[in-house]
Write a protein that binds this ligand. Structure first.
Ligand code: MN
Length: 191
């Protein structure tokens, strides 16, 4: 198979209590794996067969786009966490957040609001443009800001499968807790 599930840099129970082991096992092991399997099957014999994932997301539509987008989105999502995460960013990313959102606290407030008000299934993103200017982008379903020529830096998955076992309908509770496991070094490396 062309695309494979990346190894997690932490154990499946390491993100507790923010994300339970059961949720990581289902979300990473079943949902994310499912998108990769679907993508591998769908691209066989098409012009996408030998493309990298980013190019497929930029150039495809329909079922291939949905599964490529979800494969890329979950890769960014699951590689943005650490059991030793939390706190706040430093360096150039911290400067850009202060410049474009006023403060880290205000950025978190705006990002939480985007995550909570996104109707239905989708993703909240922190992204940068070609000049390094930051913005918060809401994407439905499998959308990714690379299709708007932006670079994705951080994302919260607000599909119900990301939080329903742990928080049922209480999405705001899940979103608030996620900040405690963000691996800012991984996010800063994308800036
Ligand atoms: Mn998901």
């Amino acid at each position: 198979m062309k695309f494979e599930l990346p190894k997690l840099p932490y154990k499946t129970d390491a993100l507790e209590p923010v994300i339970s082991q059961q949720t990581v096992e289902l979300h990473y092991g079943k949902h994310y794996q499912g998108y990769i399997n679907n993508l591998n099957n769908l691209i066989q014999g098409t012009k996408f067969e030998n493309m990298d994932l980013v190019d497929i997301v930029k150039q495809s539509d329909g079922a291939i786009f949905n599964n490529a987008g979800q494969s890329l989105n979950h890769q960014i999502y699951f590689l943005s966490f650490s059991p030793n995460g939390g706190g706040s960013p430093s360096g150039k990313l911290a400067e850009a957040i202060n410049r474009d959102f006023g403060s880290f606290e205000n950025f978190k407030k705006e990002f939480n609001a985007a995550s909570v008000t996104l109707f239905g299934s989708g993703w909240a993103w922190l992204a940068k443009d070609a000049k390094g200017k930051l913005s918060i982008v809401k994407e439905a379903n499998g959308g990714n800001p690379i299709t708007k020529n932006l670079v994705p830096l951080l994302t919260f998955d607000v599909w119900e499968h990301a939080y329903y076992l742990d928080h049922q309908n209480r999405r705001p509770e899940h979103v608030d807790a996620l900040w405690n496991i963000i691996d800012w070094k991984a996010v800063e490396a994308r800036y």
